[in-house]
Design a protein around this ligand. Structure first.
Ligand SMILES: NC(=O)c1ccc[n+]([C@@H]2O[C@H](COP(=O)([O-])OP(=O)(O)OC[C@H]3O[C@@H](n4cnc5c(N)ncnc54)[C@H](OP(=O)(O)O)[C@@H]3O)[C@@H](O)[C@H]2O)c1
Length: 250
C-alpha cells in the first residue's frame, strides 16, 4: 500500500487520537491538527502551513457541546475553511466522520451534523462520509455533563461502537478507491444497547447512580425511541461490545 500524507482535524479528540494511531501503525505520514497543536480550523491559524504537502484530510474535529446553533456555526466554518485552505494546498480529498441518523434529524446536535455533511459535500474537494453510531467513549462524557451523584440519562436505543473500530473504518474509507454512487457507509457496534443501561455499567465504576428517563424533551426523542438513529441494513457491525470495551479500561 502506498504511503499517504494525512492531516487529521481533531487529532486530539476521542476519535481523532485513534485515527492518528491507525494511520501511524499503517505507515502513513500524519499532520495532527487541533488548537493544542497550534492549528485552528475555525480562525485558520496555522492551517495553511499544516496542509502543505497533505494529500488527504480526515475531519474528526467537533464542537464541545450539544448546542445546535453553536455546533452548526462551527461545522459551517470548519467545512468552508477545510475546503478553501485544502484546495489551495492541493489536497485531493476530505474524509469525515458523521453520526448515524444525521440525515433524518430535525433538531439538536444531529441536525448540526446534517449541515456539516451538506456543507462538506458542496465542495470543491471530493468528500467521503462515514456515519458512526455513538461511541463507547461518549458515555463517560454524558456522565461528566451531569451534576451530583445521580445521573438522569435517556433510556433510548443506541448501538454503541468503540472509537478504535470507527477509526479503522474511517482510514479504510479514506484510502479505498473512489466508489461513486454507493450509499453512505455506516459503522456501529455489534448489538443494540440502551444508553442509560450502558451508562449504569460505567456509573457503577465511578460511584454514580444512573436513572433511565424517557428522553422526552430531547431533540427528536420520538424518532430516537422508534429506532430511527440505529444502523441501517447495510451498516457494518463490529465489536467490542460496550461491556467488553469497559473491561479493557483502566
Ligand atoms: N461522540 C460520539 O459519540 C460520535 C459519534 C459518531 C460520530 N461522531 C463524530 O466524530 C467526530 C469526533 O467526535 P469526538 O467525540 O471524537 O470529538 P471530541 O472528543 O470532542 O474532539 C474534538 C476535537 O476537535 C478539536 N477542535 C475543536 N475545535 C477546534 C478548532 N477550532 N480547530 C481545530 N481543532 C478543533 C479538539 O481539539 P482542541 O480542543 O485542541 O482544538 C479535539 O481534538 C465528530 O465529527 C463527531 O460529530 C461522534
Amino acid at each position: 500500500m502506498s504511503i499517504t500524507t494525512f492531516a487529521v482535524a481533531g487529532a486530539t479528540g476521542r476519535l481523532g487520537r485513534h485515527v492518528v494511531d491507525v494511520l501511524t501503525e499503517r505507515g502513513h505520514q500524519v499532520v495532527p491538527m487541533s488548537r493544542a497543536t497550534g492549528v485552528d480550523i475555525i480562525t485558520g491559524e496555522g492551517l495553511a502551513e499544516a496542509l502543505t504537502g497533505v494529500e488527504v484530510i480526515i475531519d474528526v474535529a467537533s464542537w464541545h457541546s450539544s448546542d445546535q446553533d453553536a455546533a452548526t456555526e462551527f461545522f459551517r466554518t470548519s467545512a468552508r475553511n477545510l475546503h478553501e485552505y485544502g484546495h489551495q494546498a492541493g489536497v485531493a480529498q476530505i474524509t469525515m466522520a458523521s453520526i448515524i441518523g444525521a440525515d433524518k434529524a430535525t433538531a439538536g446536535f444531529l441536525a448540526a451534523k446534517k449541515v456539516h455533511e451538506e456543507r462538506l459535500l458542496s465542495g470543491p474537494l471530493p468528500v467521503r462520509i462515514l456515519r458512526a453510531a455513538q461511541f463507547h467513549e461518549f458515555v463517560g462524557r454524558l456522565l461528566d455533563w451531569q451534576q451530583g451523584e445521580v445521573a438522569y440519562l435517556p433510556a433510548l436505543p443506541t448501538q454503541l461502537v468503540a472509537c478504535r473500530t470507527v477509526a479503522e473504518e474511517l482510514v479504510d474509507l479514506a484510502t479505498a478507491p473512489a466508489a461513486p454512487g454507493t450509499p453512505i457507509p455506516e459503522i456501529a457496534g455489534p448489538r443494540k444497547e440502551i444508553m442509560a443501561e450502558a451508562a449504569q455499567l460505567l456509573g457503577a465504576r465511578r460511584g454514580i447512580k444512573v436513572v433511565g428517563v424517557d428522553g422526552s424533551g430531547m431533540p427528536d426523542a420520538e424518532l430516537a425511541a422508534n429506532g430511527a438513529f440505529l444502523p441501517g441494513p447495510h451498516a457494518k457491525l463490529a465489536g467490542p461490545t460496550f461491556q467488553e470495551w469497559l473491561d479493557t479500561q483502566p
